[in-house]
Design a protein around this ligand. Structure first.
Ligand code: AFP
Length: 321
């Protein structure tokens, strides 16, 4: 098995700016992993405050945010950072080529009940280096991302990396304190039978989504189920399972969240790039996620991604109206 360093060396990217950023992400992920494994109950509590998106902030949201920000701090390739936990963008080195958008701890409401969580990263090039950093730099279509990654802190800790049209998975070996290539060239199965949606929302979603979910619950001619439902409530974990086994993830608009629940720039875009490089697609029901131009940095969107045939089948419900 080859290490992450050897993987980048083989691709002639070991000296690249991008590798330095991935290296920061890996160092941060090891530290977050240590905090999670330390099991200190104090860390698994709510901060009893809301973030700017009116969501409960967990202690670990802030710990993970600080860990990654600290790891990125001395990287002169980084011009600016957008984080779910910070209302405003954070300035880095004004000569740095790259921008990072991140959700430092996805699924954090699951922390106190021992359920997998993740960290998500989108990496973009800053377009005009002669103009100083501003929010507009982040308001670009997801298809402009150069690289995307997530860490899944699950039964093992995994880095999934989308770069140069490939998706590769690396598992953290705790004895060697390093990530090793364990899932080369990942492809999402074209077809699957898992549907992942928070069914608590089902009566307040678009009729196309409602009808598709009803279709998933249909029986075959022998009276047996055709699909299985799975929803963890951590996007990274739900997407990862569906990528490995075949399935569809759906977080639609709801009456509670009329624009959807998930954030476009640092949740949906990186996952959509990973889906694309793994041979699949993502949509909000109408528009491809990677074609959406954000209007604000913490913008939300409806999100559909997974096995191509399942995504196409759901999208056909929109077209058949
Ligand atoms: P938290 O990080 O606040 O737990 O939110 C997780 C998340 O953004 C995403 O990972 C889940 O798919 C989604 O929210 C679950 O939200 P609901 O529990 O409201 O369905």
């Amino acid at each position: 098995m080859i290490s992450l360093n050897t993987f980048f060396k083989k691709k002639n990217l070991l000296e690249s700016s991008l590798f330095k950023i991935i290296d920061n992400i890996c160092s941060g992920a090891k530290m977050v992993n240590e905090v999670l494994l330390s099991g200190n109950p104090e860390n698994f509590k709510s901060e009893n405050v809301k973030n700017i998106q009116n969501e409960d902030v967990q202690k670990l949201d802030l710990i993970a945010n600080n860990i990654f920000l600290e790891n990125f701090k001395n990287n002169f390739e980084i011009n600016g950072i957008l984080s779910e936990e910070n209302e405003k963008i954070i300035k880095g080195n004004s000569h740095g080529k790259y921008l990072i958008a991140m959700d430092p701890l996805d699924g954090s409401s699951n922390i106190s009940v021992n359920i997998p969580v993740g960290s998500i990263f989108s990496i973009l090039q800053k377009k005009n280096l002669s103009v100083s950093l501003c929010e507009n730099d982040f308001l670009v279509k997801g298809k402009e991302q150069e690289c995307a990654a997530y860490i899944l802190y699950g039964t093992s800790t995994i880095l999934i990396l989308a770069l140069n049209n490939e998706v590769n998975g690396f598992t953290l070996n705790l004895n060697k304190n390093d990530f090793f290539l364990t899932f080369p060239n990942l492809q999402i199965p074209e077809e699957g039978n898992i549907f992942s949606i928070n069914e608590g929302n089902i009566r307040s979603v678009d009729k196309e989504i409602f009808n598709y979910v009803e279709h998933c619950k249909g029986l075959n001619p022998e009276g047996k189920r055709t699909h299985t439902g799975r929803f963890i409530g951590s996007l990274v974990a739900d997407f990862h399972r569906n990528m490995m086994k075949g399935g569809i993830f759906i977080y639609p608009k709801t009456s509670d969240k009329p624009n959807g629940q998930l954030r476009l720039i640092y949740e949906c875009n990186p996952i959509a790039l990973i889906a694309k490089f793994a041979g699949s697609k993502s949509s909000d029901g109408i528009t491809s996620i990677l074609e959406k131009k954000p209007k604000s940095i913490h913008e939300r969107t409806a999100f559909i991604t997974g096995s191509t045939k399942m995504v196409d089948e759901l999208l056909s419900f929109y077209k058949n109206d």
